[in-house]
Design a protein. Sequence first.
Length: 351
Amino acid sequence: MKLWEENIRRVVPYTPGEQPAGESIIKLNTNENPYPPALGVKKAMQDMDAGRLRKYPDPAAQSLVGCLADYYGVGQDQVFVGVGSDDVLATAFLTFFHSGKPVLFPDISYSFYPVWADLFRIPYETPALDESFGIRAEDYYKSNGGVVFPNPNAPTGLFLPLSQVEEILRHNQDAVVVVDEAYIDFGGTSAVGLTRRYENLLVVQTFSKSRSLAGLRIGFAIGHKDLIRALNDVKYSYNSYTMNIPSLILGVEAVKDEAYFCGTLEKIMATRERAKARLKGLGFSFPDSQANFIFASHKQAPAGELFQALRENQIYVRYFKQPRLENYLRITIGTDEEMDKLFAFLESYLK
Ligand code: PMP
């Protein structure tokens, strides 16, 4: 091996879900929103002046930060924005998990967490979920270098009640606790309100799921101003212009249309509840999801085979070939029409 090769930072990267091309595909594999973004987004896109792109964007992303601060009733110094919540979470790992003590996150949760930890050389421990895939708050009471978990959890869809989140915070006054609320708008209750009482709480959310803007890459964090300042210091230490001009303009438009936002959420939640009933009828079992996906296992049909069969029929879901997960499929909630096609296929396949 050449010396320069020895000096390469070796990492095992995260594997994102497939993005297959094609009109006829039913894409239920990456928890995207099946509905388009708010109409104002489309209009602003059409009205956008390409000449503006000559200049750099506002490095402080003031317009978007201000709009999110107003929406959540917090100060502008309490909001941080990034290129999807992946960027916000990665920056949080780099900023807050620097003690040398192990960071704690569930053994079954967002599979990007161990990747960031390895990339940034952060030690970590992964307390096991209980038999029903629940997070046990007491597993997070021991000494640690920080805590991070999704709520609702992914890929299980289970929501941890805020009282339990608060218990974790009460036992962790000396480390930063990051609650990853990528799926919170689909029926959970956000921990944003708790940031008033817990200076060490950072709540992270995204425009990718509930606001139908996965393609734009917008994520944000809300927390005490000292946390936000620390995030910004790290951000300005590697890339000051993370948010591009179209994202800043279109992100604000998405937040403006509350009626459309609520309407879309209602539709997805109604489809999810209908899907639970149908899947149960077909012999599937699953944790009671409060997210825009269902993590389902069939008593007879092995998930790996079902995954392949669905794929051959142009229906894409997500399959994780890992211990404890290998008999489950994570199915994103699509439109009613898409879900009906899924159910029709499952019905004939399982016969
Ligand atoms: N957190 C969780 C739990 C997720 O499932 C995802 C989606 N892959 C993200 C964060 C990141 O989403 P985005 O970067 O699109 O905001």
